[in-house]
Write a protein that binds this ligand. Structure first.
Ligand SMILES: O=C(O)[C@H](O)CO
Length: 382
């Protein structure tokens, strides 16, 4: 009997590794002799660094960077595969958690700190960077990130642009001659949380600007500024990115990475499936457990449980895939054709969110034990 445990983290509660351990504890009460393999998962969003570091026995490093408001902070990134691969979450340096209702202002917030994290990883010897983008406080098209890596963004008087999304309107020329030379040889894989274009009604400013503090007038201004930025990128770097899917992720950092580096955008969960070697583990598994704090129809848009179920069914049609969630939302029936055989919530009854979060480890153990009992009784009855 082989059981693979491949959950995402449960937000604000347990890391993916802790969820996998709780699953194992519950299932072991039913299957004491089974072989258990834990593969902590993520989808490019929050928890990706921790999951990949846990899955690959990597290390977490800390770097002094500036946050979106230009204030010094400590940010973490991961190194795996003997330091050759760095894993970065842009939100660690430039995320929305750094701003509040008084300080949020996408005219000035910058992704400079994200560029500093990338630079640190490169200086540490990384040859590949996996970067999860989303959850940002910024709308600067990744301009700050490019500046941290040595790009000069100049106005008509050859002055360096300051930080933020608003000044992009003054951009006249991009000079990449002093960008970090190592960048040419670094593979950059971008896991973006959305597929929005850079500009327009579905673009970064219109869709995500308001949550970062942009009112209607600011949204229009920022959208124009990003459109202008895209035109200068096209003129000076020869890349036409304005409508590229994913270019609008993280306030246009998607576009910035595509413009200033040789980055490729990919599905976050596919990247993690790849790097953890999940398919090798599930190909001879009898049972595969996955899960996430919340599961609903949106899970099908590239969230971990679907990535795990699809990867499993691709190599092993006979495995049963079970998903465990803290909360189960609408239209989960849309997930069954995508390879998840059954979905269970681990919450035992009506209770406060705080209680559900604080008890999540023991709740996951219990539901996994029950699912294991059912599976055993059905499969041994003959
Ligand atoms: O950071 C943002 O703007 C959103 O998460 C979309 O990427």
């Amino acid at each position: 009997m082989k059981i693979v445990l491949a959950p995402d983290s449960f937000k604000n509660s347990l890391t993916a590794k802790q969820v996998a351990s709780a699953m194992q504890t519950g299932l072991q009460r039913v299957y004491p002799d089974a072989t258990f393999v834990k593969v902590p998962m993520a989808d490019g969003g929050e928890g990706t660094v921790q999951s990949l570091v846990d899955a690959k026995n990597g290390q977490i490093l800390t770097e002094k960077v500036i946050n979106p408001l230009g204030v010094e902070t400590q940010a973490h990134y991961g190194l795996i595969d003997d330091g050759s691969v760095a894993v970065i979450e842009m939100a660690e340096a430039s995320g929305i958690q750094f701003i509040n209702e008084y300080t949020r202002n996408p005219y000035v917030t910058t992704t400079y700190g994200t560029g500093q994290l990338m630079k640190a990883a490169i200086k540490h010897g990384a040859k590949t960077i996996i970067i999860g983008i989303g959850g940002s406080a910024t709308n600067d098209g990744g301009a700050g990130m490019a500046q941290a890596l040595g790009a000069h963004l100049l106005d008509a008087d050859n002055n360096e642009l300051k930080y933020g999304g608003a000044v992009l309107k003054k951009l006249s020329k991009i000079d990449i001659s002093e960008m970090l030379p190592e960048l040419n040889d670094i593979k950059i894989i971008v896991a973006s949380d959305v597929t929005n274009p850079l500009t327009g009604k579905n673009g970064a400013s219109h869709v995500f600007g308001p949550q970062k503090g942009a009112n209607e007038e600011m949204v229009e201004f920022l959208d124009d500024a990003l459109s202008h930025y895209a035109k200068v990128i096209k003129k000076d770097l020869g890349k036409d990115l304005e409508q590229t899917p994913g270019a609008g992720a993280a306030g246009g950092l998607g576009a910035g990475l595509l413009a200033f580096t040789n980055a490729k955008l990919q599905s976050g969960v596919d990247i993690v499936v790849n790097y953890t070697g999940l398919k090798d583990q599930v190909k001879d598994a009898d049972l595969v457990f996955t899960g996430e704090g919340q599961i609903d129809f949106q899970t099908k848009f590239g969230k971990t449980p679907i990535g795990v179920s699809q990867a499993t069914k691709e190599v092993n049609k006979n495995a049963t895939v079970v998903a465990i969630a803290g909360s189960v939302g609408d239209r989960i029936s849309e997930l069954y054709p995508l390879g998840i055989d059954a979905i269970f919530t681990c919450v035992p009854g009506v209770q406060s969110l705080d209680k559900a979060i604080s008890d999540s480890g023991k709740n996951i153990e219990q539901v996994c034990e029950n699912v294991g009992r059912l599976f055993k009784s059905v499969t041994t009855r003959g």
